[in-house]
Every structure is written in C-alpha cells, then in structure tokens.
Design a protein around this ligand. Structure first.
Ligand SMILES: Nc1ncnc2c1ncn2[C@@H]1O[C@H](COP(=O)(O)OP(=O)(O)OP(=O)(O)O)[C@@H](O)[C@H]1O
Length: 916
C-alpha cells in the first residue's frame, strides 16, 4: 500500500466487508502529485491576469504557461492533460490577451456538445475582460441574435455542425470574423473520432481554406483528455503540425483503484440457458450506499438515464434501512438538466449536502466537479480517455480517494478486470479517424467547392490522390464542373444541408415522436433496420421510446415514449462478399487479410430481454435486405489446421484450456452446421441494471483461469502483472508486445502501416504465445467448427474497442465454416460505416495482441460454456447459436500459433493486393 492511501483503503474495505466471495480482482494505488507553478508569462495582458486571478487562479501551473506561450508565439498546440487540470486557461490566456491587444482580432471556439460550449462561454463571460464580446452561435441562438453575433462578436462559441452549416456555408456573411481570425480553439478534441472525426478533420481544412481566402491564418489550440500521441492525432485532425503539451503540473491526490467483477447469479438464466452476472448498475448502487454511509462524496457513472435512476433508487433503498436521513443524500443526474440544475448539483456535492450522485456520462464533459472522495464506474465507458476522465473526478490535493470499476457482463469488461495492466498501465488510446474515406471525402469536397472553387494546389490538404479520384466521380455525376482554374459547384443550392457530419452519408432516418412530432434524433440509413425497427426500444439521451413504425421510403421512424421492462436486440442474417484484398499475410494454413467487403444483411426479428439478461421472446420481422460496402479484417484457417490435433501449449495454458474443455462446451447444433454464416451487428440497446439490491449472491465459483481474488492480493501499479491475473496469460500478452515497452498492450497503438507480421516478429523467436516449437491444429471435428468460429468472432468484436477506439456497436462480424471467396473457414470483422472508419485497419495492424487478448478474455471467464461475459453477443444475428467456447479458444490458439511459428521461422513477404 502506498503511504497516503489509508482512507481510500478503508473505504474499499468497507464496501467489501461481509461479502463472502470478494468481487475485487485487483487493487492499485496511484501516488499523489505535487503542483508545479510558474509566474504569469510576461506577454500576458495585466487585465486578463487580474481577471483570472479574481476567478481564483493565483498562478498558472507549468503546463498552462507552456501551452499558452506556444500558442501566443504562433504555434499550433495541443494540450493533453488530466481531468480538471485547467485546460481552459491554456487557451483563455492567449486568446483574451490577443483580443484585448487588437480590437479587430476574432476567435472561434468549437466544442462537441452545446452544453460544454455554453459552460465555457459562461466562464469566459464571467471573467469580464474589457472589449471581449463573446457569444454563442449554435442551434439555440435566436434568429434575431444571429445578425448581432455575425456583426459584432469577437469570440464565437460554436460546434462543428454549426460551423459546417451556419458559418462556412455562408462565409461571406462572416467576412469580418474571417479577416482577423486569430485563434481557433478545439475543446475535447479526443471526441472527434470515427466517421464524425473524419468529417471534422475535413471541416477544419475547409475552415483554414476560407480563412486564407480572407487573409488570415489562425493558430489552433486543441484541448484533449489524456491521449496517446496527441501531437500526431491533432495533426491528423487539423492537417498542420501541432506541438503537444503533456506534462500535467496540476496537483492530484493519491487514488486507490479497485477492479470489481460482479458474481454470477444462480436464479437467472440468459439466452440459451447461459449464466448471467449481477448487473453492474445494481452493484454500483450497493457500493454507492456503503460509501454514503461512510460519509464519502461519491459519483457513480452508469450507462443510461434509467440505469442512473435505478442505481440511485437502489442506493436509497439500502440507506433507508440504515438511517431515514440518509436516502435524501443520494440523487440521480442525467443529460438534459438545465445549467442552473447542474450548478445546484455541483454546489450540493461540493458542500457535502449531497453525498452520492448516480449519473450518465452526461457529467463527463464540462462540469466543474473534482476532488470527490470516490468514483464508481458501472461498466467500461468505451475508451481509456473516458475512464480516466471519469476516474479523475476523484481525489483532491492532499486527500486520497477511491475509484471502483465494476465490470458489466461483456467480454471487454471481463478482460479488463482480469488484466489490470490493460487499464492501469496502457497508454490512453489515440482516437482513430480516416479523412480519406471516400464516403466522407465526397460530401466534404462538394461543400468545399461550393464554398470556393477548389484548385489543384489545394488537393494535397484534402488527401491528394484520394481527393482527385473522388473529384473525378463528382464531375462524372454532374455535381462539379472541371475548368482549367479548378473544380466548381454547379448548382445554385448549397450541398451543406444534405451532409450530416455526425452520420456516415446517405439520407438519414428521422426518429420522430408521433404524438408531438418532435424530432428526437437521426439514425444512419444502414443501421435503421437494427436500431429503429418496429418494436425496438430506442434510447435517446437516456430516455426510453418504443418504435411504432419504420418507413424506409420516407425516411421516418415513428416512436412513442415508453419505458418497458425489457430491451430489444435485432436478429439479422447476413452474407459477406470480398470486393478486394488490400493486404494479405500468409502463415502456413492461416492468412490474415485487410480489404473491402460488401455486407448484405436482413433483419429477420428481434429478441426482447429483461435487464437481468433473461430472454422473454423472439418476435419475427419482415424488413428488406441492405448492403453495406465497407472495410474488413479477416483471417482464414485451412481445414487441415482446423481438424489437426491440438498443439501442446506450455504449462498452465494447457491446464486452463483443458479445464475449459472439461467444463463442457456445447457443440454446434444449429442449422448452419458446416457452412453456416453467423452475423453480428445490431442496435445500441442498453442492458440496464435490474434494480435489485442487497448483497451479491455467493454462487460464483472461483475464477478458474484468472487467479484467486482478494484485496490481500493487491499490488502497486508498478507490478500489476504480479497479481489478479494468470501469470501465463500475462506473459502471453507481454510477449505479444513489440518491445519491452511500458505495458503489455503497447502494441494496441500500432501505426496504420505496421502489419501483423511485424507485431508478432518483434516478439522474438518464441512468438507471441510461445507456440514457436509446437505447431498444431485446433483439433475440431467439422460439426464444432461453425460454433467455434462464431464464438471467436463475437469475443474478437468485444475486444477490438481496446485497440481501435470504437464502440462494439461500430463494428460487426461474420464467420463462416466455408466462405465462397476465400475457399476456407473465415472470420470477418468489419466496420459498420460505409467506406469504413479505420477500425478494421487497426484490427489488422494489431492482430496478434488483439486475438491474444480475445483468447485471454474467453479464458478469464469462469462460465462453463459461454455467457455474455465471454462469447455471447448482445447483438448476435443468429441468437448466439451455435457457440462453442472451448472451440473458440482452440481456433484462436491455432491462428496465433501459426502466426508465431511462421513469423519466427522466416520472413514471409507481404503479398499485396491480391484482388479477389
Ligand atoms: N493554475 C490554477 N490554479 C488553481 N486552480 C486552477 C488553475 N487553473 C485552473 N484552475 C481551476 O481548476 C478547475 C478546472 O479547470 P478546467 O475546467 O479548465 O479544467 P479542465 O482540464 O478543462 O477540466 P476537464 O477535464 O473537466 O475538461 C477550475 O475550477 C479552475 O478554476
């Protein structure tokens, strides 16, 4: 135990007291950090300094001075530091100084959400620096005020959507701003990822182009949660070199982080009779109650609004049994709260009037709550950046705090609580975006040309050859005209309103509340059948609606507000066709490929499920088939390897796998016995907490493959691999990393160019799993193959977000025992967006650590034959049938073994672009 963490340890002891089987899989102490201050930079305007001082900032921290001075000196800068590290001041100081010094100078501020923009505007306005007219320009700005903003505002607070439609589309009306645009602030820039991030990257290039046209060249200041390679990411986002500032000099209290796996419960069964765990939300409610009894000010992050309400309710119910005064100290908080309500809540938590708050992620951005005694995360929030952003709300200088991460019932969470290094030691992932996606480039280039004719010299900014190819298509389609001086938009109408930068192109489906005609949101046409099919439960900002009708022709889904006792998951059948193979690496019987595919899918029904995991029924649907052209990573395995006897893995691994085999795995029984195709994709339905309270059941058996539990096993972060994690599993992962770098998942951050061969070659002669000398097959008889591949596919989809900064709902998969295009058993994992968003590319580049982690996740789960924590998928198109858990491990070990053996024996060339 690290000195100074006594209080957090005592809190942890309190929440685990009396539980017979300790759910804590690992504990780590993170030391405190002292503040490093500097004097105010000499260039800073004294009026700005006075205003900041009176807001409570006596002196800047070192990283603030560094970032602000770089920006003031004209360098693009990205500051990537922890929660509440004062990133706002990094941009406020140079921007305000510039605006005071030059009364014509202007600035733009962009935030991903309106709420955050409004908060930041409030804090700038409160500084009341003379002559700085700051104003917001977003969807909520009244028409009458918009003219004033265009004519007078010097610092405009907006968001990418409004920049796209309201500012760039009508740039001549904003000439005043563009002529003297000095700074562009991009807050929470790590949230610009995937398709949205790719759109924003091109939008920022359009912004620079328009600014150049008016004679300005703004400096970019980006603020980001802690991420890996912030400089590279910022450069990809804005298309210019950015200096990273990453040394966080703000003070932080010591923190104790506990990883927690809820036990399996005996009285509920999930799909196909699989065991289910106590829900993370219910567990969080119990932990919250214990912490409130201890007087600890605690935030619990829960996935949905309903989940947050149930968690708060559960905590209150438990507290009422202890003391009738206590329940009123717990509240639920959600998106949609008015700013005054948020401020009131911040104050109540700070003063201690409120002790416990259960919240959705709504509280993650733009809320000035820090220095709490404890934070509970019910489920992994999707990225490490978010994890630390949420965890960072705990701990103030001089006081230690507790962070409890409660795993949800899915493979990624299971993996994380059994592999502490993947949470505690891994560098925060860099966001993935791909501005060369033709589905993003085409509408963006159309908008760019409509703003100002595009010239040849500008093409490099937009991706060079890729841009030229897309322009040729736009010309052929009659949308642009090619003249000697450049490309011209041909229509009188601007294309901007047709382009949804948060979607992936195509006509969006509007989700409309039938009674009120209120537009709740939009859904990509490609995912409409899975997310808003008739009967689907649709969550919007944590509120629940049920879909009455989906009209694909007119692009409308009609819904009504209803919060039923179940969630829904679409069931889909699918076919996948390889359009082109761009990369292919052969490893003797196994090949790993990256390329373009066409996925044809049809939703055939949906499943209704209680939050406990219990399946109510299956409802059939009749919806049209749809085709998605996108990118995929896939591996193939020859029949010989699949059927050849198992390799003899070393030591404990054999024990683990053999134990799994002997726990009993179901063999394939489904229609697709030998050539069946299993498809995984589907709606973003949530599995909320059951609301059940009380002590967890004592049913769960000790975890087989992943070592014993117990707080007495705790170790420091310096050596998380020593405990709470099977040593064999740890070394497997460790060996999978390319160098002796910090954590076993360093390889999770490969560059787009590094192939799987390099990732595994770097691991040395033993190969990633030590299979170097023991080639072997999967030992599967043909009837087991579909289930084994299907289970391996599900778990791999669950784990890809660890390597590709995506949500498991952003990707899909297909597995088949015999694929027409490859001629072999094949597992595909594909991007869920037209043209792809870079996720499959990430999977290809990190295939060895990804599949090794997938195998680990399956082995870590103590269930006998597959459950939602390992190989069942909440969105499986085939009813999670067939699934063969032990077979999946055999498949993954065969693939990893072949990769290891063949990488180690000799350099295999990378056969490029073997077009299928
Ligand atoms: N140098 C400083 N000394 C003392 N307090 C400071 C200093 N700089 C900022 N603060 C305070 O720290 C708090 C957090 O600042 P800010 O909201 O800018 O952090 P952030 O890094 O943007 O947070 P988040 O991670 O939530 O985005 C604010 O209350 C701010 O007034």
């Amino acid at each position: 135990m690290v000195a100074g963490t006594e209080r957090a340890r005592r809190l942890l002891h309190r929440v685990t007291a009396g539980i017979r089987e300790n759910p804590v899989t690992h504990v780590a102490d993170l030391p405190a950090r002292e503040a490093r201050h500097t004097e105010w930079p000499s260039w800073a305007d004294p009026r700005v300094v006075t205003a900041l001082r009176s807001s409570g900032v006596e002196r800047p921290w070192a990283h603030q001075s560094e970032a602000a001075s770089l920006a003031f000196g004209g360098r693009h800068v990205v500051v990537s530091t922890g929660t509440a590290s004062g990133k706002s001041l990094c941009y406020q100081l140079p921007v305000l100084t510039k605006l005071v010094a030059d009364d014509k100078a202007c600035a733009l501020y962009l935030s991903p959400t309106k709420a955050l923009g409004a908060d930041q505007l409030r804090s700038v306005s409160a500084l009341d620096v003379p002559g700085v007219r700051a104003a917001s320009y977003d969807g909520d700005t009244p028409m009458a005020e918009r003219d004033w903003v265009r004519a007078h505002a010097r610092w405009v607070f907006t968001n990418p959507d409004m920049l796209h439609r309201g500012i760039l589309a009508a740039h001549s009306r904003w000439a005043r701003l563009f002529r003297k645009l000095s700074y562009v602030v991009i807050d929470e820039c790590h949230s610009y990822r995937g398709v949205f991030g790719s759109h924003v990257a091109l939008l920022l290039r359009r912004l620079q182009r328009v600014a150049r046209h008016y004679g300005s060249s703004p400096v970019f200041i980006l603020a980001s949660a802690t991420t890996a390679e912030p400089g590279e990411f910022a450069c990809r986002l804005v298309g210019e070199d950015c200096v990273p500032v990453v040394e966080d000099a703000s003070p932080r209290g010591a923190r104790t982080v506990a990883l927690w796996e809820p036990p399996l419960v005996e009285d509920h069964r999930g799909e196909n009779g699989a065991p289910v765990r106590r829900s993370a939300g219910a567990e969080a409610g119990r932990i919250l109650a214990e912490l409130v009894i201890e007087g600890a000010r605690t935030l619990a992050f829960v996935r949905s609004r309903r989940g947050a309400e149930l968690t708060a309710l559960g905590a209150r119910r438990l507290l009422s049994e202890v003391d009738s005064e206590l329940p009123s100290q717990v509240a639920a908080y959600r998106a949609g709260f008015l700013p005054e309500e948020r401020r009131a809540l911040e104050r109540a938590l700070l003063s201690g009037e409120l002790k416990g708050v259960a919240t959705t992620n709504a509280l993650e951005l733009g809320v000035d709550i820090a220095g709490l005694d404890a934070v509970v995360l019910a489920g992994y929030p999707g990225t490490l950046a978010s994890f630390w952003q949420q965890a960072g709300r705990a701990g103030r200088a001089g006081d230690d705090a507790l962070v409890v991460f409660v795993a949800r019932d899915d493979p990624l969470d299971t993996y994380l609580v059994h592999h502490p290094a993947a949470v505690l030691e891994r560098p925060v992932e860099t966001a993935v975006l791909d501005p060369s996606n033709p589905y993003v480039l085409a509408p963006q280039l159309a908008c760019a040309a409509a703003e100002l004719p595009l010239t040849t010299g500008e093409l490099d900014t937009f991706g060079g050859a890729a841009a030229r190819e897309v322009l040729d298509t736009l010309v052929a389609d009659g949308l642009l005209r090619r003249r000697p001086s450049g490309w011209y938009w041909t229509s009188r109408d601007r294309p901007h309103y047709e382009v949804d930068i948060r979607g992936s192109g195509g006509e969006q489906i509007a989700v409309v509340e039938a009674d009120t005609s209120r537009l709740l949101g939009t859904v990509d046409p490609g995912s409409a059948c899975t997310t808003v099919h008739p009967g689907a439960v649709y969550l919007h900002q944590g509120s629940s609606y049920v879909v009455d009708e989906l009209d694909l022709e007119s692009g409308i889904a009609l819904v009504h507000a209803e919060d039923p006792e179940w969630t829904t998951s679409a069931r889909e059948v699918a076919d996948i066709k390889v359009l082109s193979t761009q990369e292919r690496v052969d490893y003797g019987g196994v090949s790993v490929c990256l390329g373009e595919v066409a996925v044809t899918s049809q939703v055939v029904g949906y499943l209704r499920r209680r939050p406990s995991g219990e399946v109510l029924d299956h409802v059939a649907l009749d919806l049209p088939a749809q085709t998605l052209e996108t990118r995929a990573v896939w591996y193939t395995i020859s029949p010989e390897l699949l059927e050849a006897p198992r390799a003899v893995p070393a030591g404990e691994r054999r024990t683990a796998t053999a134990a799994l085999e002997s726990r009993g795995s179901r063999t394939a029984t489904a229609p697709q016995e030998s050539t069946g195709t299993s498809r995984t994709s589907g709606p973003r339905e949530g599995r909320g907490p059951t609301g059940a309270t009380g002590r967890p059941s004592e049913a769960g058996a000790p975890s087989g493959a992943s070592g014993a539990r117990g707080t007495d096993q705790a170790s420091r972060t310096g050596s998380p691999l020593e405990t709470g994690m099977a040593s064999e599993a740890a070394s497997a992962l460790e060996a999978g990393q390319p160098s002796g770098a910090a954590g076993p998942l360093e390889a999770a951050q490969p560059s787009r160019t590094r192939g799987p061969l390099e990732a595994s070659r770097a691991s040395g002669s033993g190969g990633p799993l030590g299979f170097g000398g023991a080639p072997g097959g999967a030992g599967l008889d043909p009837a087991r193959i579909p289930g084994a591949l299907h289970a391996a596919e599900h778990a791999a989809i669950g784990l890809l977000p660890l390597f590709a900064t995506c949500d498991r709902w952003d990707i899909g998969g297909v597995s088949t025992a015999l694929h027409a295009d490859t001629g072999e058993a094949t597992v595909f994992v594909h991007d869920g967006h037209p043209g792809g968003a870079g996720f499959a590319d990430r999977g290809f580049a990190a295939v060895v650590p990804w599949l090794a982690a997938t195998r680990e996740a399956i082995l870590s789960c103590e269930c006998p034959a597959g459950c939602p924590s390992c190989v069942q998928s909440p969105k499986c198109g085939n009813g999670n049938d067939p699934l063969d858990k032990a077979g999946a491990v055999a498949v993954l070990e065969t693939v990893l073994g072949a990769v290891s053996l063949h990488s180690a024996q000799h350099d295999h060339g990378v056969a490029q672009a073997a077009a299928n």
